[in-house]
Design a protein around this ligand. Structure first.
Ligand code: FRU
Length: 297
């Protein structure tokens, strides 16, 4: 099992489950309300930890009333938060989420009033201890510095980055990463209508040394490695909660790539893990799920 650092955000997610998504100016009842710890990097770390890895999360927080929701959850799932930078002022990033029972869709309104993690904090982390470092494609100028520093000083470490939203300059993060996981949304913003077409647009020499992955919801997931395309169909399940499914997929990819190089199997297991996650609420894998994940390797 590997020692993994995930750099990015941790949030408080206020999940309001409703029978169906409302129309504008509607008034509806919430069926259940749940406060959970969320955030892409934090979610990925929590899943990787449940899969048996030694996980660390690095990001910013502020010690205010809701902060314990995040810290308690990290403790529960044994994610080490010693590299967290606690700021004096602000609010923990909070997402207000409408989870529709009719479709399992999750609509996120995100509130942020907290500076992001910066390079000066990242530089304090003893990176030599980690096998894998995972980044979120956010806070671009600082993330760029972090990834460049990590790649330049520790060229043998595996660096992955999730490019979920097309933010200005985010394509620059690709240069220093070994594994790049794109979302459907990201590819579509660049005018592509399939994961295959999007990944095939990376035809330069540098990209042939990277693992490029794009998840495409109902159409499954695709990888491009050494100019070869691999495709995995979506796994059909009765979804009840799709919140964080992408973060679980990312954890599945990282977990699998750390153990073997079979790209088809990596895609298959990551899709299975994400699908399994969608069948239940919250990001807690049952011991059985973990067992099944490993037995089908
Ligand atoms: C899910 C998620 C939520 C969080 C939001 C932040 O992927 O990480 O947990 O509120 O996205 O963008």
């Amino acid at each position: 099992m590997a020692k993994i650092l995930c750099v990015g955000i941790a949030t408080v997610d206020i999940v309001n489950e409703v029978a169906m998504y409302p129309t504008e100016d509607d008034e509806i009842r919430i069926v259940t309300q749940d406060k959970r710890r969320g955030g892409n990097a934090a979610n990925t770390a929590v899943i990787l930890s449940q899969l048996g890895h030694e996980c660390y999360w690095a990001g910013t927080l502020v010690k205010e009333i809701d902060c314990h929701i995040i810290l308690d959850d990290f403790k529960r799932y044994q994610v080490n938060d010693q590299f967290c930078h606690f700021l004096e002022q602000g609010k923990v990033p909070t997402s207000y989420i409408v989870l529709s029972q009719a479709t399992a869709s999750r609509t996120i309104s995100h509130f942020r009033d907290l500076p992001e993690y910066d390079f000066s904090e990242f530089k304090k982390i003893p990176l030599e201890a980690f096998e894998h470092i995972h980044f979120e494609g956010r806070n671009i100028d600082q993330s760029l510095k972090m990834m460049h520093y990590a790649k330049y000083n520790y060229p043998k470490k595996m660096l992955s980055v999730e490019l979920e939203k097309p933010r200005k300059g985010s394509e620059q993060l690709i240069d220093n990463a070994d594994i790049i996981i794109f979302s459907k949304n990201y590819a579509r913003q660049y005018g592509f209508d399939s994961a295959q077409a999007f990944l095939q647009s990376f035809n330069d020499e540098q990209s042939t040394h990277k693992i490029l992955i794009c998840a495409w919801g109902d159409s499954g997931a695709v990888a491009l490695v050494k100019r070869i395309i691999y495709h995995q169909e979506a796994i059909k399940v009765n979804a009840v909660d799709t919140l964080g499914a992408g973060d679980v997929f990312n954890a599945g990819i990282i977990d699998q790539l750390l153990t073997h190089n079979n790209i088809s199997l990596c895609l298959k297991h990551a899709c299975q893990l994400a699908a399994m996650q969608c069948t239940k609420k919250g990001l807690n894998l049952e011991p059985m799920d973990v067992k099944e994940h490993y037995e089908t390797r």
